[in-house]
Write a protein that binds this ligand. Structure first.
Ligand SMILES: [Zn+2]
Length: 333
């Protein structure tokens, strides 16, 4: 498979270029807001009562445990080359456990970062200005460093207060970029990564926290077979697992009268779908044939590096330009 192997270097370079930084859309909340502003299911939905995550989990612990086992069975039969969840991470009900212990058990059963904030917050959106008296710092919402020039503003919500469904949905559609998928790999500098058994980080630098979320926020599902054969790491992306987990949780929350968490989990599921709507998160090299990729990489191997380098730089520039254009559009009002 020498011909196939030649593409490994190019696929690796492109996957790394595409995942740095791994934010995809800079502001999902605005994207979601503009998309659903006039959608009757959201616009006409009743306001929802804010509830802490710990209260939701305590009330629905048994349902959540069953649901997460169901999601795991689904993943084992549906996701190709799925790295199975170790059985000891399954959610077990323990009445003696405190809120922090329950949260930890939930994170482990989901295989997400256990230090994720899941804070009660709303983002500033058109028609929903930030409340400076109740401002939350970025670090109270996210475990990641605040991106430079971030325009996000957060307002603290209190349990029991009522908020529009659209605000809960749009605000949480950024949440997976706030630390949900950080350091979940064997080679991650975390205590939990080694126990989650997702394997080593498929691409990117395991020492950069934001790079470790990339394989959950990108999905290379439609490459040529030759790419998967030559660069098997390309197939190790898991956004569909996250979509399925959070959609299932949203349905459970709505069914059991926790509408606030219904919208929040729906927003989180939506995040991963929105990331896949960014062409550079859904394909190694959009618009370029496998044959051209192989040709450029073969040329580089015999010393003519120009075409390959140009391909990587052009892909990276187009990726960024596309995201900047989208950012300008959603900030238009
Ligand atoms: Zn993302």
């Amino acid at each position: 498979m020498r011909r196939a192997r030649t593409i490994l270097g190019l696929a690796a370079a492109l996957a790394v270029a595409a995942s740095t930084p791994a934010w995809s859309w800079s502001n999902h909340a605005l994207l979601t807001y503009w998309t659903f502003k006039n959608t009757p299911e959201v616009a006409e939905a009743p306001d929802v009562v804010v509830e802490s995550f710990d209260d939701f989990l305590r009330a629905q612990e048994k349902d959540v445990a069953n649901l997460l086992d169901g999601v795991e069975s689904w993943a084992r039969t549906t996701i190709p080359k799925y790295p199975v969840r170790p059985d000891e991470l399954a959610y077990r009900i323990d009445p003696a456990r405190d809120a922090a212990g329950r949260r930890r058990a939930f994170a482990e059963a989901m295989r997400i970062a256990p230090d994720v904030r899941l804070a009660l917050f709303a983002q500033a959106l058109p028609g929903f200005p930030a409340d400076p008296a109740r401002a939350l710092r970025f670090s109270e919402v996210s475990t990641l460093r605040e991106p430079a020039f971030s325009m996000m503003r957060f307002t603290r919500l209190e349990p029991g207060e009522k908020v529009p469904a659209a605000l809960a949905l749009a605000s949480s559609s950024d949440e997976p970029d706030f630390g949900v998928d950080i350091n979940c790999w064997d080679d991650s500098p975390s205590e939990w990564g080694k126990r989650y058994k997702f394997g080593k980080l498929p691409f990117g630098n395991p020492a950069l926290d934001f790079a470790t979320q990339a394989p959950f926020h990108m999905g290379f599902y439609h490459q040529s077979w030759i790419i998967y054969r030559a660069a098997p790491f390309v197939a190790r992306t898991y956004p569909m697992l996250r979509v399925h987990q959070f959609v299932a949780l949203a349905r459970l929350a709505f069914r059991t009268n926790h509408a606030y968490w219904g919208w929040r989990f729906a927003g989180m599921a939506m995040h991963y779908v929105q990331d896949l709507a960014q062409p550079y998160h859904a394909s190694i090299l959009p618009g370029v044939s496998t044959l051209r990729m192989i040709a450029a990489n073969t040329a580089a191997m015999v010393g003519w590096k120009g075409p390959k380098d140009a391909m990587v730089v052009l892909a990276s520039n187009r990726h960024l330009a596309f995201e900047r254009y989208e950012a300008l559009l959603i900030h238009r009002d």
